[in-house]
Design a protein around this ligand. Structure first.
Ligand code: G1P
Length: 291
């Protein structure tokens, strides 16, 4: 039996300059898709996959994330007074229990690998998940849950993957693909942000990872990679061949919420999928499409 994945790291230190001015005084992870902040989608996805401890790697100006995951006694009391019990129950459903959340600061923006390394003492010697809130996934079963189920069978390292257009390989970690077995793809190699002509495939890493703790020995070296940053991908590469390592072709649609158009599309798709507003939004979208 593989050790169950109980902990998750959420790197949330990024400045979000692509969303200025919205992100001038607000963390980009608090941008809502319909009515829920991006980071809450990620947290709930982790909870649905059985994650019990949540580590946020933050930075300056990210206080709203801590407040969001705290109890809010005034709000709770007001809802109770006004007998808004359904709203109250919904508010308490996802707030992590005391002592299950930790925040640590990435003091310098040195890359995703460095952000994960900053959480090393919270993870210790266990496998852990990493969720990038910018990658929002609309699916029947939450993406990380799909992965932890497969992980229960194969163990090792696992990354969510999907095919991307060849001209976009320079935005992603790209796999060299080995044997395929259903949604599982054997990882033969990995390269961070290759040019289209140099990419070994068009199968890209999407921001969901299950990683064995041995990765910290590699992250410790703080090697500088693509874009002058400490890349997570570069510390996963030496683990290929040392343990099972799979890409997982998840079921669902992924939205790049680090990009304005992707973020807008996510809002449309999530609104359309909502029973309480979907039909009305569909009418509105169809009206605009006509014009
Ligand atoms: C990060 C990872 C990359 C991965 C991507 C998924 O890149 O470094 O390997 O494909 O997330 O969204 P970033 O988007 O932070 O540049």
């Amino acid at each position: 039996m593989q050790t169950r994945v109980r902990k998750a790291i959420f790197p949330v230190g990024g400045l979000g300059t692509r969303f200025l001015p919205a992100t001038k005084a607000m963390p980009k992870e608090m941008l809502p898709v319909v009515d829920k902040p991006l980071i809450q989608y990620a947290l709930e996805e982790a909870q649905a996959a059985g994650i019990e401890e949540f580590v946020f790697v933050t930075g300056r100006g990210k206080g709203a994330i801590e407040d969001h995951f705290d109890r809010s006694f005034e709000l709770e009391a007001t809802l109770r007074e006004r007998s808004k019990l359904a709203e109250l129950e919904e508010l308490l459903r996802w707030v992590p229990r005391a002592g299950t959340v930790a925040y640590t600061r990435q003091q310098e923006p040195m890359g995703l690998g460095h952000a994960v390394w900053c959480a090393r003492h919270f993870v210790n010697d266990e496998p852990f998940a990493v969720l990038l809130a910018d990658d929002l996934i609309l699916s029947k079963q939450p993406c990380l849950k799909q992965m932890t189920e497969a992980y229960g069978r194969v163990g090792g390292n696992m990354v969510a993957v999907m095919d991307v257009a060849r001209e976009h390989t320079k935005r992603y970690g790209i796999l060299s693909v080995g044997k395929e077995n259903g949604p599982l793809v054997e990882v033969k190699g990995l390269v961070e942000k290759p040019k289209p002509e140099a990419a070994p495939s068009t199968l890209a890493v999407i921001g969901r990872y299950i990683i064995q703790p041995q990765v910290f020995a590699h992250l410790d070296k703080k090697a500088i990679g693509a874009g002058g940053e400490i890349q997570l991908t570069d510390s996963l590469i030496p683990m290929i061949g040392q343990m099972p390592f799979h890409g997982y072709r998840f079921e669902g649609q992924r939205f790049d919420c680090g990009d304005k158009v992707g973020f807008f599309e996510a809002n449309v798709a999530f609104a359309l999928a909502r029973p309480d507003m979907g039909p009305e939004v569909r009418r509105i979208v169809q009206n605009y499409a006509k014009g």
